[in-house]
Write a protein that binds this ligand. Structure first.
Ligand code: PRX
Length: 649
């Protein structure tokens, strides 16, 4: 962490957009940004009413914001239909033939859906869900590969007022079960499978395993994607293509109150149980739309590509809702970035003439390692804007992205935000903000980001502290599903009415934000949040494990690697096979992304005299191979010496 800060302090490369880019951008000078930012902070009602009014409302709101910390209501009394805004609105405006989603499957199959075709599909799915008894307010779990039906399923839920909860296709059956139970879902939308690195991910089989232990689901709609053999449970499971063949493509959308819950998305926290982050309709859509408009500066002729999965918030806001609310054309890709090799993305950028490309630092680092020959083999001149998200980007990766992919001509928007914030919070505006490798630069409109010390005082320039947000913003989370107390405790207890982000950061003398990383026990593995407590509880659920401590170690590609220390139950012998089994066990309980890179079996864990595991020491140990920090509270130093030997061997 301290090394990161030092790197940042000496970073003096700064880049400005070209005159050509600047002159066409919606916001083309810092004066314009500053003026709009000032208005957004001093008169949020005026600013956000103007933005939200670009969407389609069937009933105007009475009040822009009702803020009773920690509860915010945006566009109070207003009514809209989110799906209509993302689809029908564009068809009605005569843009029905415009491509909404250009999709490519991993095996190379292709499909383009125009806005009119998307409308037909969303209406059919809405009709199917309603015919199966799904109603407003019910929870629908979506577990899908990256195929257009994933967005169609989300929009169909939005259209009928059902609350979707998308679970990333890499999560396990147990993770599905946890989420089904937590949100008490009544329907599931899934597929027989999806393609990943040339193999079929058996999605339906995982859903079946979860549904064996959860009886609340009355209907499961299954999209045929891979044609692998699956079980269909009579009465409960239906094929989407069979239902779609007879479903009407007309569906009258009802309007819903602006605060109608739109979705629940689970994310890791510092306890064992993921939190169901709840987002609502009007404010969320306004946030997703406005950030697409200003930060990606999306244009009618752009081909936009976000490489995230819809199972993460990036896929919600910047695949399904934001770009479609803008009426943009976007590319969607099913598979792995390195299938059949690391040239896949660059071939697709050339083939589809992608102009805006949004990906994660971890992917960029993997591409760097794979070698320049891959991007050099393709014509990337269609690109005009690049983006990153998910973790701090190291300056070397930034420079490579800027020069090798962007040809030195495309601004990079390093976008800082979270599942909870719903939309981008800190990022450059590509037509005006001076960009530098490693900083997400300036707050977006309406975002009053501050860095506070332990007492809640603002720290000076370049001093590290906690990143906090002072004012409510439209796309902010509305709660943790079913747990108002945890909502209050996690986000609002540090300082009255101020949102606790959970990241450490500093702000330089020019006002740029530099994110250092999480301050809690949450790891960032390949841009995805993973709670150490979650992995620990998976480990102790194994019959051989007595105790577990999980820490992160810096990792060249993934950002952080997961390292687990376990003590075994009496009489159990530590073997290489057992360590392997424990890794796989975590993969089975949570999903492959949570698999520890290393598992160390140890007779004891380093503890304080009062019995608390000293994770700080373990973290230092795995990062540097030794422990230099304060160990005076450690009960028995020989534990560390033994572990040191083990790690070095
Ligand atoms: O630590 C920050 C990091 O990712 C966390 C949010 O994770 P999640 O909710 O999974 O959302 C990821 C995609 C929005 C943050 O608390 N993070 C996200 N973007 C950046 C970042 N850290 C530095 N720079 C970023 N651009």
């Amino acid at each position: 962490m301290s090394q990161n800060i030092e790197n940042h302090l000496i970073e003096d490369r700064e880049f400005l957009p070209s005159e050509e880019f600047r002159s066409k951008a919606r916001i083309s000078s810092m004066e314009q940004y500053n003026e709009m930012y000032k208005e957004s902070i001093e008169q949020p009602d005026v600013f956000w009413a103007r933005e939200a009014n670009e969407l389609q409302w069937s009933k105007p709101w009475d009040e822009v914001l009702d803020w009773q910390p920690p509860n915010a209501k945006w566009f109070v009394g207003g009514e809209l239909n989110v799906a209509e805004n993302c689809v029908d609105r564009h068809v009605a405006a005569g843009r029905g033939d415009k491509a909404a989603i250009i999709w490519e499957g991993e095996p190379g199959d292709k499909l383009t859906l125009s806005y009119k075709q998307l409308q037909d599909e969303v209406c059919k799915m809405a009709n199917v869900l309603e015919s199966r008894g799904v109603e407003k307010g019910q929870r629908v779990l979506i577990y899908m590969p990256m195929i257009p039906e994933a967005s169609i399923a989300m929009l169909a839920c939005a259209r009928i007022g059902a609350i979707h909860s998308v679970v990333f296709g890499g999560f396990s059956a147990e993770s599905i079960l946890d989420r089904l139970e937590d949100c008490k879902a009544e329907a599931v939308i899934t597929a027989d499978g999806g393609w990943r690195r040339g193999s079929i991910v058996p999605l339906k089989a995982s859903v079946d395993a979860a549904l064996e232990k959860y009886a609340g689901v009355k209907t499961c709609v299954v999209v045929k994607r891979t044609e692998n053999e699956i079980d269909m449970v009579a009465g409960r499971d239906v094929w989407w293509h069979e239902m779609a063949a007879v479903a009407s493509n007309e569906h009258e959308a009802k309007s819903f109150d602006s605060e109608t819950p739109l979705f629940i998305l689970y994310t890791s926290g510092s306890t064992g149980k993921p939190k169901g982050i709840l987002h609502s309709s009007g404010g969320y859509l306004t946030g997703a739309y406005t950030t697409c408009k200003y930060i990606f500066d999306m244009r009618e002729e752009d081909v936009y590509w976000c490489t995230a999965d819809v199972g993460w918030i990036t896929g919600h806001s910047y695949i399904t809702y934001g770009p479609l609310a803008m009426g943009a054309t976007q590319l969607m890709y099913e598979g792995a970035p390195n299938f059949p090799d690391f040239g896949r993305f660059w071939q697709m950028i050339e083939a589809y003439k992608v102009s805006i490309f949004y990906t994660a630092p971890t992917a960029i680092r993997a591409f760097i390692k794979a070698g320049d020959a891959f991007p050099e083999a393709n014509d990337l001149s269609s690109l005009r804007l690049l983006g990153t998200v998910g973790e701090p980007i190291n300056p070397e990766a930034w420079m490579w992205y800027y020069n090798k992919i962007g040809g030195g001509r495309c601004p990079i928007v390093d976008t800082w935000w979270q599942t909870e914030t719903g939309a981008i919070m800190i990022a450059p505006l590509p037509g005006c903000t001076p960009i530098k490798p490693g900083t997400c630069t300036q707050p977006f409109f309406g975002v009053e980001a501050v860095i506070l010390d332990e007492e809640g005082e603002e720290v000076g320039a370049n001093e590290g502290g906690r990143l906090m947000i002072r004012k409510p913003w439209p796309s902010m989370l509305r709660g943790i599903y079913g747990d108002p107390q945890r909502f209050q405790e996690t986000y609002w207890n540090d300082f009255e009415g101020i949102y606790t982000v959970g990241d450490g950061a500093r702000r330089d003398e020019k006002g740029n934000f530099w994110i250092v990383g999480r301050l809690d026990d949450v790891l960032n593995v390949s841009g995805h949040r993973l709670g150490t407590a979650e992995v620990e509880s998976a480990l102790v659920a194994h019959p051989t494990v007595a105790e577990a401590a999980v820490v992160g170690r810096p990792h060249e590609i993934k950002g952080q690697a997961v390292v687990a220390f376990v003590t075994l139950k009496q009489g159990i012998e530590a073997t290489a096979e057992l360590e392997k089994e424990l890794r796989n066990h975590v993969g089975q309980v949570i999903g492959a992304i949570a698999k520890p890179d290393e598992v160390y079996c140890t007779p004891v864990l380093p503890k304080t005299r009062s019995g608390k595991i000293m994770r700080r020491l373990l973290k230092e140990l795995v990062a540097t191979g030794e422990v230099t920090g304060n160990v005076t509270t450690l009960e028995d130093f020989t534990v560390i010496e033994d572990l040191q030997k083990k790690i070095k061997s």
